[in-house]
Design a protein around this ligand. Sequence first.
Ligand SMILES: [Zn+2]
Length: 237
Amino acid sequence: MLRATYIRGPIIFRSLFVLPSLRFPPLRNMSHRPLQTLLNANEEWAQTVVKDTPDFFARSATCQNPKILWIGCSDSRVPESIITASKPGDIFVHRNVANQFHLHDDSALSVLSFAVKEVGVEHVVLVGHTNCGGAMACIEAAKVAATNPSASNPLTRWLSPLTALVRSLDLSACSANEALNKVVKANIIKQVDNICKSEPITTAWADPHAKKVTVHGWMYDLAEGRIKELVVRDSQA
Ligand SMILES: [Zn+2]
């Protein structure tokens, strides 16, 4: 009975026989079924990793040495490790709605500072993507009169710099899709500019003995699954 409840699909079914230690207790609430699927998949993944590389988790637990900081959108369709076939430990990550890097955002600044000064990343990649819901919302918000950001909700406040950027663009001759792509690209360039103005980067670039750090602006195409580089900045730029 327990086994029948546990089976979710062909992969899990197979794993019951191939990986006998796979026994995650079923969650009682049916609305938690998606979580059960994640927990089962995690158990199977961990066992597969150990099978391929027995000391992977033991080594991973002691330190990290990623060369890349990824600053991207929270969108579920742009999971950095999956779309770049990366492993745990390969990428240091910060994600938020519409891949923003605000110069007064302590969350993003602390990630960048730690990544550059302590972890020693060599590349910072700011990654936007096509069909970004945050960019779409800003295009709509820019059509109405500007409101006081302090009186709005958190998401409106968060996106107010991007809404201001949209207002600065001439989108009058663009189709809706062209306008969205133009905003996504302008947003990537703007956030790269902000990263380059931030203290961790300006300090690193001013120190000839500091580790070389390069800042990149990338755009991920949801419909193609491909990344394109839009801009690269370094201490010489
Ligand atoms: Zn997005």
